[in-house]
Design a protein around this ligand. Structure first.
Ligand code: DC
Length: 230
């Protein structure tokens, strides 16, 4: 078993907020793998890779020329770094990156690169890792697995109220459409698609507040989570 809490789920399901808070309460490191795929997408755009069907060869080069990981900063906080520098979170969550990230994250070269980095992170101790394929592919032997979901409309309303990732003229209907498209691309890709692991606990947050979901997870963990394994 790996000392990992895996939280997977579709876009805007509330994963990041929940994952961050669970990790804080347990005092363990939180790793957002979506931000790593977003970092790779930003690098692709900066290198003028914009095609809907980029070649594996150019993405292999992108992977071998660059470094994306999580590192402790001076204060000991874990931060996403791109080539040794702390990533600009506004840039990686921009609408341009959000629109292109599903194309880049389909690539074998990109996934092999980032999954390799993600597996190294158990050296930090007990970790909470959030993404799409953590329980199924990155850490199939994770000690705890959760799959968070919510209806497309609820997710669109939440995403719109957060701003940032959505275009300026976005509506609930247009955001719901973009989210549905990204779900489809993420779930239907050949490599490590978005899927609930058979042994993951399913939590539908459509009719639950953040605190209710958080409390459910904390109760489940409290019953089972063994801090001596830390
Ligand atoms: O969690 P997010 O919405 O910020 O993730 C952005 C994209 O990254 C998502 O649409 C698919 C991809 N992703 C992935 O393929 N595998 C992961 N483990 C995490 C994210």
């Amino acid at each position: 078993m790996d000392n990992v809490i895996a939280i997977d789920g579709p876009a805007a399901s509330g994963k990041s907020t929940i994952a961050n808070q669970v990790a804080q309460r347990l005092g363990i490191y939180y790793i957002n793998t979506g931000n790593m795929y977003r970092g790779a997408t930003l690098l692709a755009l900066e290198n003028n890779i914009t095609s809907e069907t980029p070649s594996e060869k150019e993405l292999e080069k992108l992977a071998s020329d660059n470094q994306i990981t999580y590192e402790k900063d001076k204060s000991g906080k874990l931060v996403l770094t791109i080539n040794g520098k702390e990533a600009d979170l506004d840039k990686i969550r921009s609408p341009e990156v959000t629109l292109y990230v599903s194309v880049i994250s389909k690539s074998n070269a990109i996934r092999n690169w980032l999954v390799r980095e993600q597996r190294k992170m158990t050296s930090l101790g007990y970790i909470l890792m959030e993404g799409r394929d953590i329980g199924t592919n990155v850490f199939p032997n994770a000690r705890y697995k959760f799959f968070l979901t919510a209806s497309p409309e609820i997710r669109a309303i939440r995403r719109l109220s957060q701003g940032g990732e959505t275009p300026k003229n976005a509506t609930v209907a247009s955001v719901a459409r973009d989210i549905a498209l990204r779900d489809e691309l993420d779930s239907k890709r050949a490599i490590a698609p978005l899927r609930k692991a058979d042994d993951a606990i399913l939590l539908d947050s459509s009719h639950l507040s953040i605190d209710e979901v958080l409390n459910k997870i904390m109760t489940l963990l409290r019953e089972n989570y063994d801090l001596t394994k830390k």
